[in-house]
Design a protein around this ligand. Structure first.
Ligand code: ADP
Ligand code: ADP
Ligand code: ZN
Length: 243
């Protein structure tokens, strides 16, 4: 039903068809993918989306970092790739995400942040969803040029305890270097140092950017300008998802 209709319609019509579809068929229409370069603001926006629409925020980066912190086997394997700014192999991430989206709290949708990052990951996700009679609804591409990225990443600070993300200029904490959420200590992630950021950008262009075409062909791509204020980016997203 969907793919045949989407095929011949423009973006506005696609949104309308989806809203109606959700209305009549019980409304699992909030399955969202965040796309964009490292540091584009995917995590920042994903958290706001999750809160507003009461759906889980699933960040593969956060899942790997929690595994590293807890010293799990998965964490040990992932760390060697992450420290080098490389992607963790597809087979370590696909089952993890597919199992996660099958959990009960995902029944009204979810926002995927940092997954998929390669075409094989996207194909594996689509295949798993198709087997359940489902499909992703939106792929939101947060566009930020490479020039802005290095500046953003060097100012990013992450809480060692709860993973919350801040920026020393654009999203500062109330007290310097102390997490607003949990009072944990803030750090500059090892992979956010400029040497590694450039490498991650290269990896992004080679392996992740092709997903923009992939989701354009599936008629679910939404582009937003990620260079404006955090709240302005969010307003553009809400404009598409519905208030
Ligand atoms: P990603 O998840 O895409 O890697 P983040 O959401 O962690 O990106 O954002 C990267 C850094 O940029 C963080 O320090 C964040 O606070 C900051 N940031 C996010 N969105 C914006 C924005 N629109 N303008 C300025 N800084 C931003
Ligand atoms: P950012 O949003 O700043 O790029 P993430 O927290 O999403 O960072 O990811 C950090 C690192 O975790 C990536 O550089 C990569 O090594 C690994 N990673 C996260 N998600 C995936 C994924 N879907 N596939 C492969 N590696 C991943
Ligand atoms: Zn914290």
């Amino acid at each position: 039903f969907r793919s045949s209709l989407n095929f011949s319609l423009g973006r506005i019509e696609v949104q309308r068809v989806k809203m109606l579809y959700g209305y009549f068929y019980g409304g699992k229409h909030m399955k969202i993918i965040m796309l964009g370069a490292p540091g584009a603001g995917k995590g920042t926006q994903a958290k706001k989306i999750a809160e507003k629409y009461s759906i889980p925020h699933i960040s593969t980066g956060d899942i790997f970092r929690a595994n590293i912190k807890n010293g799990t086997e998965l964490g040990k394997k992932a760390k060697t790739y992450m420290d080098q700014g490389l992607l963790v192999p597809d087979e370590l991430v696909v089952d993890l995400v597919v199992d996660r989206v099958k959990q009960d709290d995902c029944s009204n949708g979810y926002v995927l942040d940092g997954f998929p990052r390669t075409i094989p990951q996207a194909e594996a996700l689509d295949k798993a969803l198709a087997a359940m009679g489902e499909a992703m609804d939106y792929a939101i591409n947060v566009e930020v040029p490479d020039e802005n990225i290095v500046r953003r990443m060097s100012g990013r600070r992450a809480c060692v305890d709860c993973g919350a993300t801040y920026h020393i200029v654009y999203a500062p904490t109330k007290e310097e270097n102390i997490c607003d959420n949990c009072h944990g200590e803030l750090i500059l992630r090892e992979d956010d140092k400029p040497e590694t950021v450039q490498k991650r950008l290269n990896v992004y262009h080679e392996q992740t950017q092709p997903l923009i075409d992939y989701y354009t062909e599936k008629n679910i791509l939404v582009e937003v300008d990620g260079t404006v204020d955090i709240d302005e980016v969010f307003a553009a997203i809400v404009n598409v998802l519905g208030a």
